[in-house]
Design a protein around this ligand. Structure first.
Ligand code: LIP
Length: 262
């Protein structure tokens, strides 16, 4: 596991350094993905290519699932789950909350995760059963926070029909919590929760490459991560908070039937 974490961290740092160094000269190269606001830069693809090359050079049989390149088949029971830039819109606008996210999954279970936030000089790491760290210092999420006092982060998808429902949901949540944050990167949001910078997080529509590594950081820092009504976290829904607050937030969200798009 230590080897996986070391390799993932080395690669996430290299990709982050490349992105930081090249960002100003290449940020104009934009193409559209599912809608005009879903921007994918050339650097997003370059970052994933670098990560794939480095992983396969070290572990040629492993499988890789990346946001840009999809799933690459392989012989081993190890799968790398990669988001080359999570928070693409922040990246594009020069905001600091974007990350390179790399998780290592063995037989379906994430065992190691790295979230590198280069513009903040912060690297979050986690190893299953061993803990979570920010630049090497151990992390614990906030505990004992009631919902009415909770700082809750969330995010919104790129599609209009999804955003309409997400807008209704956040309108219901906002008067019942301390405040809402929309950071723009699921991976950074979950790591912020692990570091006690927010108390809770929920979102519909995030993908394994967004939450695989950061989800391990959050749970190893003491948080509970899951879906609605006892289901595991999935692209359909994610809720994350310390036990107690998790249930309170879940019970606020679930009756809203938020796993739908209009
Ligand atoms: C983004 C997330 C963000 C979420 C968006 C999107 P991208 O990932 O991290 O928090 O609200 O729907 O999925 O597109 O920047 O990699």
């Amino acid at each position: 596991m230590t080897d996986f974490l070391t390799l993932a961290e080395d690669i996430a740092r290299e990709a982050g350094d490349m992105l930081l160094a090249k960002r100003p000269t290449m940020s104009g190269e934009i193409e559209t993905k599912s809608s005009p606001t879903d921007v994918v830069t050339t650097l997003d693809k370059a970052s994933e290519e670098l990560i794939r090359e480095r992983v396969l050079a070290a572990r040629p049989d492993d499988r890789i699932l990346g946001e840009e390149g999809g799933e690459e088949p392989g012989e081993s029971d190890v799968r790398w789950i990669v988001d080359p830039i999570d928070g693409t819109v922040n990246f594009l606008y020069g905001l600091p909350d974007w990350a390179v996210s790399i998780a290592v999954e063995v037989r379906g279970e994430v065992v190691a995760g790295v979230v590198n936030v280069p513009a903040r000089g912060e690297v979050f790491t986690a190893a299953r059963g061993r803990g979570a760290w920010l630049n090497g210092s151990p992390l614990r999420c906030n505990t004992g926070v009631p919902l009415a006092q909770a700082l809750v982060s969330t995010g919104f998808g790129y599609l209009k029909g999804r955003r309409e429902v997400q807008g209704q949901v956040v309108a219901h949540v906002l008067p019942r919590v301390r405040d809402i944050r929309r950071g723009g990167s699921c991976a950074v949001d979950l790591c912020s929760l692990a570091a006690g910078r927010v108390d809770a997080y929920y979102e519909r529509g995030i993908n394994p490459w967004d939450y695989a590594a950061a989800g391990l950081v959050a749970t190893e820092a003491g948080a509970r991560l899951g879906g609605l009504n006892g289901r595991p976290v999935s692209p359909s829904y994610a809720v994350c908070a310390a036990p107690g607050l998790f249930e309170e937030l879940h019970d606020l969200l679930a009756p809203l039937d938020p796993e739908r798009d209009s």
